[in-house]
Ligand binder design. Structure first.
Ligand SMILES: C[S@@+](CC[C@H](N)C(=O)[O-])C[C@H]1O[C@@H](n2cnc3c(N)ncnc32)[C@H](O)[C@@H]1O
Length: 248
């Protein structure tokens, strides 16, 4: 399905989110708090739009996805980014490889999302951060009703006009409705072994950005990231060059 939508994926996203995706992506990058020279995994990176801000900031970002169609479009657009083919439930990376990991609008699409959370924990360094951006549940009931109407009626109708594969957007609407809410996803993160789980609602909860940290290796003492997370005073709602086919 993602191979089919790849060529127009980014344009359609902008239209259907009424231009909000850019703002959401900015919040994700800020939540990651990574700096030049660090190594970041952007999982389910698709065409690499979510990876671009890291590359632009001199961060060593690996854009990983299992759709070769998406990766090809991304590689054509951003030859400077390393795109790697890989399955989120069986990542082709060694333990403790990345300073931080992130997944934007992808976890919901993974067949076994809990496995992906465990895999991201494995490949992230002790004390490293995870940031997830995903569609979620609007908090205010009236807003939730309006949004559900948009999802189930308007979005498929607009998709017929702007996308080559409108069925993909019917799937999108249904998958968003079936996806766990903010607290539920926060609980999954904790179950997977992530610590200091928090989340922030964007656009009234249409999107939630979850942030968490991999437990620090006891032999190395508290990770620097722990202090940064504890000090976070933003509007966190509450506890919640070639495309390579790796051998593994
Ligand atoms: C909606 S796109 C998000 C792309 C990008 N992160 C963004 O923000 O625009 C979701 C992506 O998840 C990828 N995906 C779904 N299941 C996957 C899996 N098991 N392993 C790797 N990628 C997966 C799809 O191929 C698709 O490119």
């Amino acid at each position: 399905m993602f191979d089919d939508v790849a060529p127009k994926y980014d344009v359609v996203n902008d239209v259907l989110s009424l231009g909000q995706t850019r703002r959401w992506r900015k919040v994700v990058v800020e939540a990651m708090g990574v700096s030049a020279g660090q190594r970041v995994l952007d999982l389910a990176a698709g065409t690499g739009t979510s990876s671009e801000p890291y590359a632009d900031a001199g961060i060593n970002v690996i854009a990983c996805d299992f759709s070769l169609g998406m990766l090809k479009v991304g590689k054509r657009r951003r030859p400077d980014i390393d795109f790697i083919a890989g399955d989120a439930t069986r990542l082709p990376f060694a333990d403790n490889t990345f300073d931080a990991s992130t997944i934007s609008f992808g976890l919901r699409n993974v067949n076994e999302p809990k496995k992906a959370l465990a895999e991201m924990l494995r490949v992230t360094k002790p004390g490293g951060r995870l940031v997830i951006a995903e569609f979620s549940q609007p908090v205010v009931p009236l807003w939730r009703t309006m949004y559900t109407e948009y999802l189930m009626r308007a979005l498929p109708a607009i998709a017929v006009k702007v996308s080559s594969n409108p069925d993909a957007y019917v799937y999108l609407a249904e998958s968003i409705r079936a996806w766990p809410d903010q607290d539920h996803l926060a609980a999954w993160l904790q179950e997977a072994g992530w610590e200091t789980v928090t989340y922030r609602n964007l656009s009234g909860g249409i999107v939630a950005v979850h942030r968490a940290q991999k437990p620090a290796d006891p032999s190395t003492g508290p990770a620097a990231g722990a202090a940064a997370l504890a000090a976070h005073t933003g509007p966190v709602a509450k506890l919640r060059r070639n495309i390579t086919r790796p051998g593994r």
